[in-house]
Design a protein around this ligand. Structure first.
Ligand code: HEC
Length: 102
């Protein structure tokens, strides 16, 4: 009984001890880590490198226009509204105007 309890505690501790991913293990590089990175990766990598995306540092409004431009001029499939929201939040947060020098 006592052993079972200890075993459970050890397993829980291990789960919490999982180290943060190192940069090499981050599968959506060069995108900065953050919520929405995965969606952004798959929506954008079809046509150009993610470097093209991370070169940008724009306000939400500009990213919004850029997404329209990708759709209208470059043939990006129209994003589902929820997904567009996730990607836009991600871009504005992690590749926003003030991320230019970081
Ligand atoms: C259907 C193809 C396609 C998809 C999907 C696509 N793009 Fe593009 N994108 C292009 C093309 C074509 C260019 C212009 C040529 C280039 O830079 O490779 C471009 C250029 C860009 C540029 C550079 C703009 C500039 O200032 O020159 C940015 C930023 C960009 N895309 C962002 C995105 C983001 C963010 C996504 C995903 C949400 C995305 N693209 C998805 C086709 C696409």
């Amino acid at each position: 009984m006592r052993l079972t309890i200890l075993g459970g505690a050890a397993a829980a501790a291990l789960a919490f001890a999982t180290p943060a991913l190192s940069d090499e293990d981050w599968e959506f590089a060069p995108l900065p880590k953050g919520e929405g990175a995965e969606d952004t990766y798959y929506a954008c990598v079809a046509c150009h490198s993610l470097q093209t995306v991370t070169n940008g540092a724009y306000s939400r409004r500009v990213w919004d226009e850029l997404l329209d431009w990708m759709v209208e001029e470059h043939g990006m499939p129209e994003l589902d509204p929820d997904e567009r929201e996730i990607i836009l939040d991600y871009l504005a947060t992690h590749l926003g105007e003030d991320s230019r020098d970081s």
